[in-house]
Write a protein that binds this ligand. Sequence first.
Ligand SMILES: [Zn+2]
Length: 468
Amino acid sequence: MKLTSFGASEGVTGSCHLLEVNNSKVLIDCGIFQGGQEERDKNDEEFGFDPASIDHLVISHAHLDHIGRVPLLRKRGFRGEIHSTRPSYDLARISLLDSANLIARSTQWKNKKLRQKGEPLIKPLYDEEDVLDVIEQWTHNEIKYNEKTKLCEGVELTLNDAGHILGSGFLAFDLKEGNDTRKFTFSGDLGNTDKPIIRDPRTPNEADFVLMESTYGDKNHVPFSQSISDLETAITETFARGGNCVIPTFALERAQELLYVLHEMWHAGKLPDDVKIFLDSPMAISATRIFEKHPDFYDKDAHELLSTGGNPFQFPPLNYTRATKDSIAINEVQNHALILAGSGMCTGGRVLHHLKHNLTRKECGVIFIGYQAQNTAGRKILRGDEFVTLYGETVPTNSEVYVVNGFSGHAGQKELTTWAEDTKADNVFIVHGDPETKVEFKQHLKNNINANNVQIMPHAKSIDLLAF
Ligand SMILES: [Zn+2]
């Protein structure tokens, strides 16, 4: 009975953990490595195990750092069963197709350079066809929360609501080898409390052994109510100056939460009568359609809203602009527009042309509600650079810049600690965090919960679960 981490054990992305019980192999997540070149180079490497030997793949949720290498896994021989909730399956379909598209474009760009140098060309990590094959293989896609499923001899899985994104789960395994039994729980990504639309993370059942994320293991978030009032201030100030707000938006979950909050503001009469809200991202529009299909995954507040005739995804000022010409037409709007567009860190996508049109105007506002990584245009605007390069053009940053914290999809230190405590596990292994964060969170857990054994999960080194 062994557990080995092959991803998210050195950094925060590339989640991939192998569980071996009796003679079966169960892989948990198969995410892509994201971030700097060094991280991204890992995607091409060997998995560390034979993909053809995997019997089952269980998906915690549909973020690419948890599913992004599944098509590659298949390409390299994986033919086992794939298990997830229905929203994870639906969201994975659009995320993986988008990922294949991005990979195709970056491969094309790299090959252009290689061709100029007369060097051998490279092949894409995977393509659209690989994604469609995975979708066909993904037949166990109706897993319900809190219901036990037998995967194979000695392995039973219960998926619980992790409150992170629509359909996300933490995974509780009941394991049996001979007369030995163990309860093992993998946290996946745990959500923040009080988020719109989805429910708070469920309280976990008891476990012997826990593998848990630590993305925000060293800090706490501001309360969500504070974020909403900060957002209101940013919008009100910008509209009073006669400008538009550009909000760089992540397509999955963040966009839908923003729509929910904006619907509340509109309904409460906090937005001007002539306000126009644009969701200007084909990917975010597709993700929103999936949210609309799954009200059974909403929390109580969202249900109440729907039952009283409200709908955060369909209300008068909201415009979905999928077609390019509709996106370009937004440039004509001079004021009282809320423009939600990707990419969330301004590294590409339609947000770039909206920034180009609005950044130069001092009456406009750029509102950051998500993390902006180093070396992104988003980070440069956020830190107050006077100019930023967009489409190779130098653009002055005259508009106001606002930062709204607290929209994070991840549990903060306090919630992570409570979750670990609730499992009553004696053995807690930490993954999915920056190296310093993991060290700090490990110490924090040692000081604050009753577990005897708190460790940082090693990379590619098997842990014998029966040794604990
Ligand atoms: Zn996630």
